[in-house]
Design a protein around this ligand. Structure first.
Ligand code: HSE
Length: 307
């Protein structure tokens, strides 16, 4: 039995104005996924999971869906087994579905020596997002594969990746709040936006990119904002204590955004301020009786093989 074990990072999409466009890989949390070829059994796919539960039927599992697509496209006629150690909480806005999908695309490419380009791998991984979001958006799978900070732009979309400044640390605040699916969180969004929202978001997005590259928290503080998606999601209950969180970020002078479709928030500050930032956010949630899980982390690598 030939197998490969890989580690795939959580990721935070949007970062404010960069809806479906910006994505950041995180060092922690991450999934471990082992993919094995079980020859002689004919074509079949078996999935097992430890950790957070996710669907095991291949068509409903983000990794399973990717595997089925690759098996079909490349005529892979073996049995394939996928074991997932799911450490990234699903439905948290931390790219849990993208991590598994990216891990499976990467592992199958290596196992069968397909030598797919990174662009192709990202496209295959994005098929997994159809299962959770209803659309193959690229802003979580791109950082999950490439690591660092990624930008999706153009039609057809092209993927650009950058290494943010090393001085930046990340705090993820994940309130214990129930959340509908990413699909639900997208259904409520407008299809048209005003010109004034568009130009303000271009300004915010530009500051965010510069802040990440130059390691300037003042730019991230002013840039990690959004005029279009976050407030609508907050008003539909996809974000908790939205105004309080924004006010605190202003006070602490850190960048803050709803992570993907929420309910997690991502705060970016200098490494030496991550602990105090985490405590301040924990406090405002606890004062309202909302528990939260905090990850103190940093910008992460893309998916890679582990032993
Ligand atoms: N850009 C996507 C969204 C990310 O906000 O719906 C989902 O994780």
């Amino acid at each position: 039995m030939k197998s490969i074990r890989v580690r795939a990072p959580a990721s935070s999409a949007n970062l404010g104005a960069g809806f479906d466009c910006f994505g950041l890989a995180l060092e922690d949390p991450y999934d471990i996924v082992e993919v094995s070829i079980t020859r002689g059994n004919g074509m079949h796919l078996k999935i097992s999971v430890e950790g957070y539960p996710v669907p095991l039927e291949p068509e409903r599992n983000t990794g399973g869906y990717v595997a089925l697509s690759m098996m079909r496209d490349f005529g892979l006629e073996d049995g394939i087994e996928i074991k997932i150690w799911k450490n990234i909480p699903p439905g948290s806005g931390l790219g849990s579905s993208a991590a598994t999908a990216s891990a499976v695309a990467y592992a199958i490419d290596k196992l069968y020596d397909l030598k797919l380009s990174q662009d192709k791998l990202i496209r295959y991984a994005s098929l997994g997002e159809i299962v959770s979001a209803g659309t193959p958006h690229l802003d979580n799978v791109a950082p999950a594969i490439l690591g660092g900070f990624t930008i999706i732009a153009g039609t057809p979309p092209k993927i650009y990746s950058f290494k943010p400044d090393d001085r930046l640390g990340v705090v993820v605040i994940l309130p214990y709040a129930s959340k509908a699916s990413t699909y639900e969180a997208r259904k409520i969004l407008p299809t048209m936006i005003s010109l004034s929202s568009a130009y303000r978001n271009v300004g915010y997005g530009s500051l965010t990119v510069l802040g990440l590259i130059l390691g300037r928290i003042d730019l991230l503080r002013d840039g990690m904002r959004d005029e279009v998606v976050e407030r609508i999601r907050a008003s539909h209950g996809f974000a908790q204590l939205y105004d309080e969180v924004r006010r605190l970020a202003e006070e602490l002078e850190v960048g803050i955004a709803l992570s993907g479709a929420g309910p997690a928030y991502i705060a970016i500050t200098y490494h030496e301020r991550v602990e105090s930032t985490a405590e301040s956010f924990r406090k405002i949630f606890e004062e309202k009786g909302i528990g939260c899980r905090i990850y103190i982390t940093k910008v992460g690598r893309g998916v890679y093989e582990v032993t």
